[in-house]
Design a protein around this ligand. Structure first.
Ligand code: GLU
Length: 476
């Protein structure tokens, strides 16, 4: 049974790297009929925040992917402690009574020259250790990393290949802190084992942790999952992407707020470190699910492009414009509606008409925000007239022609693209002017813009009353 998990720590907002990890897990699960587990790694009580939990869910919900099971590590502390006890009972871990400055330091520093363990602790007899614990002395439980000469830990990463590390290069890492809280290594592995996670897909920054994890899985007598580490995301200058240094670029909400369709962002993130055999870029969700595999994941760092002034990667923007125009219109409508409402506008009342109008205008748009800005004339009574449109209206005779066109439309109860075109062309012929004068003038009057969809489509998009009123408004 294939089971994967995405395990964010709620210590900051959902960032681009985490979103990508989530998506790759999701894809792998969906591709292979597996189960997707969402696990909140919330045992670091000092650094967890509710705001961060909210931001993670906000981001994940926006991506509009799903998960099948949900767990919080803080609900599972007993399981973690029992795992530590089991490892301790087998002699594969030991108590370390060396006082540390704080419980976080317990995970890292060792005193003295032998950096792999604190002096006198690993060697302590079980009797002494039990007695000191029984007397209430605080202790950390540390993994007893095998020290027989030449001993190594090995695993085969699906992306980075065979990985081996000498045990002498691994310190006796902490499993349980003196305050009874599990470390990341213990909680993660105890949960992965208990939740029967078969594949661990996560950022490359965890590659070196994996040696410790293999030791824990073995100590727990659990099957060692298959690992797949994802290449690092870097800035154009080669620096590792970081919240501190690169700010908005790394936040998922930056893209959401810039008017991205969730799927465009998903598509963009997939291409950060993965590519299909045929190097296709624009893909539907189903297409990506159908071809996703570990073989397409590169080992080299993936560059996210942005500049000082623009946090949006141009490729992401291009993908967004492509998806905006090619997804079934029904799929983008909810996002368009949300954008309009957020801008104080309302979607059109008649759903079929609304869908037609969105379909008509979307081909020229790059982000959802365009629907509320460039698209304003389609959804609001008032809109600005651009200078280029004004030029079309100021062609000699144009405003009078538009006034006469309005009169003819008013006289005809039938209002279709065909009837509008008939009236417009007839008027042009009668007056001996090019139809273009009326066509361009109409577009300027109906939308305030000099370029846009076919003018005849614009009439039906605006509807009879509005079209007539707008023609009249510019011919006063
Ligand atoms: N909570 C860890 C993190 O956010 C999870 C790492 C892992 O996938 O094991 O980095």
């Amino acid at each position: 049974m294939l089971r994967v998990r995405f395990a964010p720590s709620p210590t900051g907002y959902l960032h681009i790297g985490s979103a990508r990890t989530f998506i790759f897990n999701w894809l792998y699960a969906r591709r292979n009929g597996g189960t997707m587990v969402l696990r909140l790694d919330d045992t670091d009580i000092e650094r967890n925040t509710q705001a961060s939990i909210d931001s993670i869910f906000d981001g994940l919900n926006w991506l509009n992917l799903s998960w099948d099971e949900f767990y919080r590590q803080s609900d599972r502390l007993d399981l973690h402690r029992a795992a530590a006890a089991r490892i301790l009972d087998q002699g594969l871990a030991y108590r370390d009574f060396t006082p540390a400055t704080d419980s976080n330091a317990e995970e890292k520093a060792f005193d003295g020259p032998a950096w792999r363990s604190n002096p006198g602790q690993r060697e302590m007899s079980k009797q002494d250790s039990d007695a000191r614990a029984a007397a209430g002395e605080p202790f950390v439980i540390r993994f007893r990393v095998p020290r027989d000469p030449g001993r190594t830990v090995t695993f085969n990463d699906s992306v980075y290949g065979e990985q081996t590390k000498a045990c002498e290069d691994i310190e006796d890492f902490a499993l349980l802190r003196s305050n009874g809280m599990p470390t990341y290594h213990l909680a993660s592995c105890a949960d992965d084992a208990d939740l029967r996670i078969s594949h661990i897909i996560r950022g490359q920054d965890h590659l070196t942790n994996t040696f410790k994890h293999v030791l824990i899985f073995q100590a727990l007598d659990a099957a060692v999952p298959q690992f797949a580490h994802l290449p690092l995301l870097i800035a154009p200058d080669g620096a590792k992407l970081s919240k501190r240094k690169h700010g908005p670029v790394v936040s998922v909400t930056t893209y959401r707020d810039a008017g991205f369709l969730p799927h465009s962002y998903v598509n963009f993130l997939c291409l950060l470190g993965w590519s299909p055999k045929d190097n296709r870029e624009q893909m539907t969700r189903q297409e990506i699910v159908d071809i996703f595999s570990f073989e397409g994941i590169n080992r080299s760092n993936a560059v996210v492009n942005f500049t000082e002034t623009d946090p949006i990667d141009p490729k992401a923007l291009w993908l967004n414009s492509q998806h905006l125009r090619s997804l079934p219109v029904a799929e983008i409508l909810p996002a368009v509606t949300a954008t309009l409402i957020a801008a104080g506008l309302a979607p059109l009342a008649d759903p079929a008409h609304y869908a037609r109008v969105v379909d008509l205008i979307r081909a020229r748009y790059t982000t959802l925000l365009d629907f509320a800005t460039k698209g304003r004339p389609y959804f609001a009574a008032d809109f600005p007239i651009e200078p280029a449109a004004l030029e079309k209206l100021d062609v000699p005779g144009a405003r009078e022609l538009l006034r006469d066109l309005a009169a003819r439309l008013e006289a005809d109860p039938v209002f279709t693209e065909a009837t509008v075109e008939q009236h417009l062309r007839a008027l042009a012929t009668e007056r001996g002017v090019k139809a273009g004068v009326l066509i361009n003038g109409s577009r300027a009057a109906l939308t305030g813009q000099a370029v846009g969809p076919s003018a005849f489509h614009l009439f039906t998009a605006a509807g009879r009353e509005r079209s007539i009123a707008r023609l009249k408004a510019v011919s006063r």
